[in-house]
Design a protein around this ligand. Sequence first.
Ligand code: AHR
Length: 635
Amino acid sequence: TLEVNTVKTIAKIQPTMYGVFFEDINFAADGGLYAEMVKNRSFEFENPLMGWNQPNSDRHSFNKQSGIATTVKVLENKTNPNFLRVIIKDDKGYELINEGFRGMGIKKDAKYNISLKASNHDGAIKKINIQFIDKDKKVLGETSIVPTSNDWQNYTAQFTATQTEAKAKLKITFVGAGTIDLDMISLFPQDTWNNRKNGLRKDIVQLLYDMKPGFLRFPGGCIVEGRTLAQRYQWKKTVGDVDKRETLINRWNTEFDHKPAPDYFQTFGLGFFEYFQLAEDIGASPLPILSCGMACQFNTGELVPMDELNPYVQDALDLIEFANGSADTPWGRIRSEMGHPKPFNLKLIGVGNEQWGPEYIERYKVFEKAIKAKYPAMTIVSGAGPFPDGDYFEYGTKELKKLNAEIVDEHYYKNPKWFRDNVTRYDNYDRKGPKVFAGEYAAQSVAIASPDNKNNWECAFSEAAFMTGLERNAEVVHLTSYAPLMAHAEAWQWTPDMIWFNNLEAYGSANYQVQKIFATNKGTDLLAITKDGKTVIGQNDLFASAVKDVNSKEIIVKLVNAAAKAQEVTIDLKGNKLQSRGIVTTLTSANLDDVNSFEFPNKISPTESEIKLKGDNVSVSLPAYSVTVLKLKLN
Ligand code: AHR
């Protein structure tokens, strides 16, 4: 029998408690959430023709004789210097093909918007035909554009896919002979999240929305830092007109050689404005993390000298103005002109991702002083470095505590057992010290970031066990997020990941289901749940936490049975009167190795049933290896 005191609140559960951490790793932005289908649309990748093909096979031998496409660099156009010059010698129908991000996923009867910039020299090109093709060159939808102007002009057209195909390509055929210049050849599905033109993939955002996340941390991760300082994430380069945002090599470009991704670049079509908008759409507090003047310490570890730190600090101050300033301020005006006159209500800002050592502390101090001087109400998230068992982690947390840091970000990628064994991690954390942001964690079934890691059920319920410990310590743990958030099934650099997608579909892993069940049942007030007066922290492989939701007037009990056999539990609810019926939601799977997949996306998904109370008691059967949430209505 477990006991819950339904009256005495131990702590408030922060609205930010369970959030999501977005990083452009595993093709999460370009090729993923950002619904652009053309790879290298503005010819700014290191190899400017990457992703583009001028077919030269026998069947297309006319192509070779017919024309040539090369890129031209105009250095004055600092952020988008390259464009494509196509010189067509005869009227045989010169072709260009874009391969998309591991192909293009198209859906029967769905509409697609193509746009491009063109300068048609002397009107030589009469028409540009645009087609979806499959691997056998069968046409799966088409339209055309008539480039009427000598000067650069934007052209758009819409067409419909006639078939569903995961690996379509975009074929562009030129009618006429002469020279035409092209740039920003872009293709989006019409159906995007919130119907925003050239927006985000609806199916993926829906999965995030369904979680009701308390915050959205962005844009990373290591990509914030860059391998070098020059390659760090600079938010100012990601706002304003999309075609003026400067492309950057992604820090995860060739990180792991099991799936090299030399074609991984950031176009920043999904930039800071879009991140803030996404946070607002899914009801999450925005939590941007900025470079603190240190490149990734796993790579070059390059440092900006202290006397050159100012532009980095200014970026943070300007970001706050961009998010919250009125339209009369320089950065607030840019936000307003981008279509969001109202502030984004930014309350949290992160300084540095996963930095450590005295170099971090001295830089953090400068940021803190400047941010607090101008924006005293802003809450700053700092970091103590990765993996909470190194000397540097101890050093970082000690120093940050001395500085009265507000929230410290902790990261842990460990085996599933570690999660079950460390459920008391925060029980003895100083309640008066910095609060905790468990910003990146995920159980690794094989080894950290091993390509063989699986999002299996053992990892997921072990995280759930650990999360009861996070919740029980809501007084000190204010934000938590699984990492990484998402991965393209054919273009990932790191596994496990919470959401998997290909060009047509997306599904939530077992770990997603665990995150969702906690996030959608977070409650508002922490209650004590005990067995014989002791906290439930793994006795008989049972883990538990309990909350009250003062808004929905519910008592919510979370129970994790990590044992190989079912357990019967009776819960004695002391205090408030409860209605006689409640709801039990269960996540379970027979085998530790079970996973969700494209084929069986709901193999591990919640089942709901009704439960009857006997007076103040409720008895529930917890299946082997299960996560159970009990919801009981207050009278
Ligand atoms: O989540 C993957 C990476 O793990 C993040 O980019 C980094 O912060 C951590 O090392």
